[in-house]
Write a protein that binds this ligand. Structure first.
Ligand SMILES: [Zn+2]
Length: 306
């Protein structure tokens, strides 16, 4: 691993002060904000983020410098927190890109999207079908894809096992409904909107076969490699991450695989272990430097219009 690659991480959660505050409020208990943060610290070791998103952004830049990461895609992980990510992106436009989470069932999604793109500089929209209980092929979402076409927005959509540990730690009672989690849900949408690029994280998070089937048929579907990919353990057969990569490369090719870590909380910070592990796998598989570079940044650059 002597070689130096340029790394753009497509999957980092910007867990801002406002993010925590909003979820804590949503939970609606009597404890004060300070007590809630003290609990998170004591129980889970989670650091209270600085109130200022710019300060939190600086924290991420320190991590990037420490590990030689060039750019991060920052996710606003709830619709109410687009503003924090937007602040970070505006302060450091050469470091970050912003993606915002949309609840497709909320009112005026057209306006939300237009505002997020035109005024807040967002480059992608994040969908969590299993969290918001709506299929990605629901006609309600058609407007999202039309606007994605118009604005060249990347559509990031989470399928498979959905676990959001941070929300569990905060104590938000989500009803995650796996009914909405099958990647093949995306088939007709991806076919209908060939100019929209879709990214599915964590190799489909359990729906590996379905992800491969979709990827074989839809050239505008991409996969992100992020997280520890522990979904591998629940499959009814033995498979390791190296085999997952090899099979994905077979079907998607090296041009549709995008590196990410799913980093989010401090003090853990940047999940360099995931980069190291995946780099080792890519080398073991025998990819050329050019091919590895595509996965680590080239493909994301292209989707972002660089
Ligand atoms: Zn994530």
């Amino acid at each position: 691993m002597e070689e130096k690659f340029e790394v753009w991480d497509a999957h980092v959660h910007f867990f801002s002060f406002n993010f925590f505050k909003t979820l804590i409020k949503m939970k609606g208990e009597e404890k004060t904000l300070n007590e809630e943060f003290a609990f998170l610290k004591e129980r889970y070791g989670i650091e209270t983020p600085p109130v200022s998103p710019v300060q939190l952004a600086r924290r991420w830049i320190d991590e990037m410098e420490k590990y030689g990461i060039s750019k991060l895609v920052l996710f606003a992980s709830i619709p109410e927190d687009t503003v924090s990510v937007s602040t970070a992106v505006t302060a450091f436009p050469d470091k970050f890109f912003g993606f915002f989470t949309l609840n497709p069932l909320s009112e005026n999604i057209d306006l939300s999207i237009k505002h997020a793109v035109e005024n807040m500089g967002m480059k992608g929209v994040v969908l969590f079908p299993a969290l918001y209980h709506v299929h990605v092929y629901d006609e309600l979402l058609e407007r999202i894809y039309l606007l994605a076409e118009e604005y060249n927005l990347i559509v990031f959509t989470h399928f498979g096992i959905l676990k959001i540990p941070i929300r569990e730690m905060i104590g938000v009672k989500d009803q995650i409904d796996g009914t909405y989690g099958n990647p093949t849900d995306l088939h007709r949408i991806a076919v209908r909107h060939p100019s929209v690029n879709f990214i599915i994280p964590h190799f489909g998070a359990g729906y590996f076969r379905e992800l491969l089937m979709l990827g074989a048929q839809c050239k505008n579907v991409y996969v992100d490699t992020s997280s520890s990919n522990s979904w591998i353990k629940i499959l009814p057969y033995k498979i390791d991450l190296k085999t997952v990569f090899a099979k994905t490369i077979d079907i998607f090719g090296v041009d549709r695989i995008i590196f990410g870590t799913d980093s989010g909380v401090f003090p853990r910070g940047y999940r360099i272990d995931i980069l190291n592990q995946q780099l080792e796998i890519l080398n073991e598989i025998g990819l050329s430097s050019d091919e590895i570079q595509k996965i680590l940044s080239g493909n994301l650059k292209r989707l972002l219009g660089f």
